[in-house]
Design a protein around this ligand. Structure first.
Ligand SMILES: [Zn+2]
Length: 297
């Protein structure tokens, strides 16, 4: 089992209801920014979207449950990590950071914040977004209510249940002899290439999704599909499921609008790759290591 950022920490016990709110670590968001106590900005990141990172950062630890003083738009109990309660809250868009704290984008805090807290921040970001967008019933429009023991909002009028949404997406790394197929989406930072990826459609399996995505995005057929691992991805609410597969036939034909450029790269001459925050990098690194260890390259 590979450890990846955003997957549930092993010693975290999720829960919905808290009988006695007490001392807790707080995941407070304003939009997609997290409230942290942090040191000076100095270290660069391997994520091209992050220019500067703090030397260190930590979550506010508060004894008083009402420390936000009624500012919070919503407040959710997440559970217990290492004996400490974990709470999530959302503040209004213009809310100033209290005291010596500051607002930081989540990507900036990768490896700077405690790993377990970083993972729970990804969970909190998704749950806050779900809570915000499911205040009213999607069927009859009545105001929904949180369930007491389950993470679900229920409509009191028509009983429709709204669970947190998770959108599965398949990632495919295509191999051909000593080469890997890597592509650029138009929204990638300059020079960066990654494996192919796409969302699962209603009515298809993961393997069917993979075959369709590869065909649509680069016009190829692949086979020998092997599962790698999966990662929760909170931007905004995905589950990334990664596979390795072998090229079977077809020449590169990039899909207009989706793929800016796609190329075969020699394993020993790879371009700029995604940050270690993502499963894409873990997948590419693992396949490269395997090919090197078996002297395929
Ligand atoms: Zn309803």
């Amino acid at each position: 089992m590979l450890e990846l950022p955003f997957n549930r920490p092993l010693d975290f016990e999720p829960s919905v209801a808290c009988e006695a709110p007490g001392e807790a670590h707080w995941l407070v968001f304003r939009g997609d920014q997290l409230l942290v106590e942090m040191g000076p900005l100095e270290r660069p990141s391997d994520d091209l979207r992050v220019r500067a990172r703090p030397a260190w950062a930590c979550l506010p630890l508060q004894k008083n449950h009402n420390w936000l003083g009624g500012q919070a738009v919503r407040c959710l109990y997440l559970g217990v990590l290492q004996g400490k309660q974990i709470w999530a809250a959302e503040l209004p868009p213009e809310a100033p950071a209290p005291g010596e704290m500051s607002w930081q984008g989540l990507r900036t805090l990768f490896t700077v914040l405690d790993d377990a807290h970083f993972a729970l921040a990804g969970r909190a970001l998704q749950l806050i977004d779900w809570d915000r967008t499911h205040q009213f019933c999607g069927r009859c429009g009545a105001r929904t209510e949180p369930h007491r023991t389950e993470r679900v909002r229920v409509c009191p009028a028509c009983k429709l249940s709204a669970y947190p949404r998770v959108a599965p997406a398949v990632m495919a790394l295509v191999k051909r002899e000593t080469q890997l197929l890597l592509a650029r989406s138009p929204h990638f930072p300059p020079g960066m290439y990654s494996a192919l990826a796409g969302f699962v459609e209603p009515g298809e399996s993961l393997e069917q999704c993979l075959a369709r995505e590869v065909e649509e995005e680069v016009g190829m057929r692949v086979g020998n599909t092997r599962y790698f691992t999966s990662q929760s991805w909170p931007f905004p609410h995905s589950l990334m499921i990664a596979f390795v597969c072998d090229w079977v036939s077809g020449e590169i034909r990039p899909q207009a609008g989706e793929i800016e450029e796609a190329n075969w790269f020699e394993v020993l001459q790879l371009p700029k790759l995604p940050s270690k925050i993502s499963i894409a990098r873990k997948l590419i690194d693992a396949v490269v290591d395997e090919m090197k260890s078996t002297n395929d390259v």
